[in-house]
Design a protein around this ligand. Structure first.
Ligand code: GLU
Length: 456
């Protein structure tokens, strides 16, 4: 085993101290710490070449959200009981455009999670080149098992506080885990009702009939597959004919399966929080979609109904299934060092993050040491937010584009992001390191804007 010192130990002392200081100021937020550390580990070479960024305290400024909102959300469930949740919106950075990033409704949501997501979003959004700042929000509300009416009442209560902070030029939320088309609809309805404005550009991920963009739903999964194909192509390889494992079974996972199959790969797995399904004949997307999108069921139902070729594995790790390509598309820290070691042993060639920060830092290091092409979420899953920016563009022009046009733009953005990350890594002496390339390119874009805008 190569015995490289941990990256943080190779950091210049001032950067180590700065990191410690940032972490100390946000106690009890391990995911935020992880996200900050991962970016800082890439930046030392930037400060060597551009000391003015250090003097101007760009890291200190970037790690401090411009504004953090936390609020009470009170609503009534179907049995008439009062429910109290907490709402969040972290408006992290608006140097490049209005705050932009999704809302996550999940019981695990807390300030540290929202800050990690918002921090990542700054760099991701910068990489798209589409003029969007970084933000994120959500609630510890658990939509699972709730009726439509309960979800609506929750969304209305949530928006009744959040609306005052939003606006098409100010802050534009969208979906994330637990927030899809249904929730965006209820949120938009309440925003419109309170403000008496038809302000389409205040939320993205809207329905096609009322200001939404074609291909927004598909974009994150599609984009990650395009990014993966691009990484493989750069190495003279092809996605077609490859075996792919996907984790998760939400929006990102579904459209990852669809695009991977369309490009000729065979997708063997999907998963949820209780287990995974392995389908030797390849996932039957129509059946999966019926169960997940129409019935809001579980992947265990898929295995039952699919019959012979599929089996459901309770517990266990989806990463134990041998494959050429792994696309983690569920949630943060779902792929750890143990899983990475198994994947490497099984000959994985590419790993690309559909979810945000699904791979632990130790696992990323193992992939990079083993020469596996690794696509960090900031670059690989940016297709979702990029298409949100295209939705905003259509809204601003009171326009709606055809599917093919949006998809073409998405493909172009993904190629650009890949090229930017690849070339930046090269330029800073880290060939093939998409983590460094994405972090540095995103950091430089935001930093340059902030420098130009004075003490912001
Ligand atoms: N939640 C998505 C992300 O992690 C999309 C955000 C958006 O479209 O604003 O990038």
């Amino acid at each position: 085993m190569p015995s490289a010192a941990p990256a943080s130990a190779r950091q210049p002392l001032w950067l180590q101290e700065l990191e410690a200081d940032i972490l100390r100021r946000s106690p009890g937020e391990p995911e935020f710490h992880q996200a900050v550390r991962e970016v800082l580990e890439s930046l030392a070479p930037v400060f060597e070449r551009r000391p003015e960024l250090r003097t101007a305290k760009l890291v200190e400024r970037l790690a401090e959200p411009e504004r953090q909102l936390m609020f009470r959300v009170v609503w009534q469930d179907d049995r008439g009981r009062v429910q109290v949740n907490r709402g969040y919106r972290v408006e992290f950075n608006s140097a490049l455009g209005p705050y932009k990033g999704g809302l996550r409704f999940h019981p695990s949501v807390n300030l540290g999670i929202v800050k990690f997501l918002g921090f990542e979003q700054i760099f991701k959004n910068a990489l798209t080149g589409l003029g969007i700042g970084g933000g994120k929000g959500g609630s510890d509300f658990d939509p699972r098992g709730r009726s439509d009416a309960e979800v609506m009442r929750f969304c209305q209560a949530f928006m009744t506080e959040l609306y005052r902070h939003l606006g098409e030029h100010t802050d534009v939320p969208a979906g994330d885990i637990g927030v899809g088309g249904r929730e965006i609809g209820y949120l938009f309805g309440q925003y419109r009702r309170i403000t008496n404005r038809w302000e389409a550009g205040v939320l993205t991920g809207k329905g096609i009939g009322w200001g939404g963009s074609q291909a927004r739903t598909e974009a994150t999964g599609y984009g990650n597959v395009l990014f993966t194909a691009e990484m493989l192509r750069t190495r003279g390889e092809d996605l077609a004919g490859r075996q792919v494992i996907v984790s998760g079974s939400g929006n990102v996972a579904l459209y990852t399966v669809e695009k991977a199959q369309a490009l000729g790969a065979q997708v063997l797995t999907v998963s949820d929080s209780t287990g995974y399904v392995l389908d030797d004949k390849g996932i039957d997307l129509e059946l999966l979609r019926q169960i997940k999108e129409v019935e809001r069921g579980r992947v265990s139902d898929y295995a039952e109904r699919r019959g012979g070729s599929a089996r459901y594995v309770t517990g266990g790790s989806v990463w134990d299934v041998p494959a050429d390509v792994a696309l983690p598309s569920a949630t943060q820290n779902e792929l750890d060092e143990r899983a990475a070691a198994v994947l490497i042993r099984n000959g994985v060639k590419a790993v690309s993050e559909g979810a945000n920060m699904p791979t632990t830092p130790g696992a990323v290091r193992l992939f990079q040491e083993a020469g596996v092409a690794f696509g960090p979420g900031k670059a690989a899953n940016a297709g979702g937010v990029a298409t949100s920016a295209l939705e905003m563009r259509q809204n601003a022009g009171r326009d709606s584009w055809e599917f093919a046009r949006v998809e073409e733009e998405l493909a172009r953005v993904m190629r650009d992001i890949h090229a930017t990350a690849f070339e930046t890594a090269d330029r800073y002496g880290r060939p093939g390191d998409y983590v460094a390339g994405a972090n540095i390119a995103g950091f430089e874009r935001v930093s340059d804007a902030m420098l130009a805008q004075g003490l912001v």
